[in-house]
Design a protein around this ligand. Structure first.
Ligand SMILES: NC(=O)NC(NC(N)=O)C(=O)[O-]
Ligand SMILES: [Zn+2]
Ligand SMILES: [Zn+2]
Length: 462
């Protein structure tokens, strides 16, 4: 008896962990059940012809800020996940800040989960927060299925009483001990508050508010000091760490060396540190403002070097959107504008375009950074991150020859701004499939806006 596949993706160049093979992919009940040549097509099989296309595992974006509950006017699960689907992402991780309340206790996690339920095009996990005063909430958050905890070493910005706050050293140390005892993982925004606050205050006093002035308030040293301190705490507490949005090769090197010494730590960088540099920040203005800031061309090149050497653990977008008027408004200085880049829709296309087409890196390396490695780091590898038998059929079809110029109308974000607008990319996502369901096609747009599920998988824990 022949297998009755529900879906067969035919004739694609299938990106496996170590090689690319011309294969068909057979799907039953949302799972990959066959990889082979000329898979049998029955009358009920839906067939997608992927001739000339790459078939990659869907991206796993471990770092997005969707602002619900209560800040959906910045970005919501619907719009944000639609953008991710259009960009070839099939699982994402929502950060615990920028919604109100922030996800720092179980009640807030429930509100977050309710906002997401039935509103996501693709699957997701949720981060909880570590903030001053919530040590007693970590256990419950962990039991409720957060993927891990996130803390800021520098001021996260935002307004209001209940906003997400950075940790002091004592909270960090105690929090890491607690998280270690729970078998959890801590994600860190690693910039020194002492250094960035002092330099920012100086800049304000002296009326220095240009793009370059902003970058000077958050120098590489602020990252290096914070990374070094956190690595020391990791060594002393045994707490696993994930460093988000690392912007310098030297910090990647520190984290890599710590890994070689046996620490359970990992480093993420973002497409914007690889694709953009401080000249973009000057030319594009606040749309390219983020923290840590975009760096020099030399730093950017060094980051590509460590990426090619396999020293970076994963790539995530750090999509941190806001209403356009917080980026561009009459009289708004660079210093006052919102810090955070809207970019999640473009991660895979940017990395393929620049990494594979321009710089000639292996597509398998780029695919690992976007899918395989984040799955492994965060305990999703039994279901996601690779094209392999038995795993979820989370797939993206990429046309490596479809060149286009990114325009505002392409963007699915709540607010149609991004530093990548106007950029010509040499590839385009043709379709995105989540657990066997086609959620996006280039022709029809987002065709399934609500089939995503919350994966209550605690990072790295079986
Ligand atoms: N509150 C934020 O969304 N902050 C984010 N902002 C950036 N990266 O500029 C972040 O992840 O630090
Ligand atoms: Zn951050
Ligand atoms: Zn972030």
């Amino acid at each position: 008896m022949k297998d009755m596949y529900e879906l067969v993706i035919k004739n694609g160049n299938v990106v496996l962990p170590d090689e690319v093979l011309g294969l068909d992919v057979g799907v039953i009940a949302g799972k990959i059940v066959a990889l082979g040549e000329q898979l049998h097509i029955s009358p009920d099989t839906k067939v997608i012809d992927a001739t000339g296309l790459y078939v990659l595992p869907g991206m796993i974006d471990m770092h997005v800020h969707f602002n619900e509950p209560n800040f959906g006017h910045w970005e919501g699960f619907r719009s944000g996940s639609a953008a991710l689907a259009a960009g070839g992402c099939t699982t994402y991780a929502d950060m615990p800040l920028n919604g109100n309340p922030p996800t720092v206790n179980k009640a807030a996690l429930i509100l977050k989960a309710e906002a997401a339920a039935g509103n996501s095009a693709v699957d997701y996990v949720l981060w909880g927060g570590l903030v001053p005063g919530n040590l007693e909430d970590l256990k419950e958050l962990s039991a409720a299925g957060v993927t891990g905890f996130k803390a800021f070493l520098s001021n996260p910005g935002g307004e209001g009483e209940g906003r997400f706050r950075e940790v002091d050293d004592d909270t960090l140390y105690q929090g890491m001990k607690k998280i270690a005892s729970l078998g959890g993982i801590l994600a860190l925004h690693a910039e020194s508050e002492d250094i960035t606050a002092a330099l920012s205050a100086d800049a304000l006093r002296n009326g220095l508010n240009s793009a370059r002035d902003f970058a000077a308030t958050r120098p590489p040293e602020a990252e290096w000091e914070a990374v070094a301190r956190a690595l020391l705490y990791s060594e002393r507490t045994g707490c696993r760490l994930h460093f988000v949005h690392i912007s310098t090769a030297a910090a990647i090197g520190m984290i890599y060396d710590a890994k070689q010494r046996g620490l359970d730590v990992s480093a993420e960088t973002c497409p914007h540190y690889l694709i953009l540099n401080e000249t973009h920040m000057e030319d594009l203005g606040p749309v390219a403002k983020c923290a840590p800031p975009l760096r020099s061309v030399e730093e950017q090149e060094k980051l590509w070097e460590v990426l090619a050497q396999g020293k970076i653990d994963l790539i995530a977008s750090d999509h941190s959107p806001c209403p356009t008027e917080l980026k561009v408004a009459h009289g708004l200085s660079f210093a006052e504008a919102w810090g955070g880049i809207s970019g999640a829709q473009s991660s895979l296309e940017l990395m393929f375009h620049e990494g594979v087409n321009v710089r000639g890196l292996p597509i398998t390396l780029i695919s690992q950074l976007l899918s395989g490695l984040p799955a492994k780091r965060f305990g999703l590898q039994d279901r996601k991150g690779s094209i392999a038998l038995g795993l979820d059929a989370d797939l993206v079809l990429l046309n490596p020859q479809h060149s286009y110029t990114l325009a505002a109308e392409d963007l699915k974000y709540r607010h149609k701004h991004s530093p990548y607008m106007g950029m010509t990319l040499s590839c385009k996502v043709a379709a995105t499939i989540c657990r066997g369901t086609v959620v996006y096609t280039a022709e029809d747009g987002v065709v399934s806006a609500d089939s995503g599920q919350w994966l209550q998988v605690r990072g790295g824990i079986k």
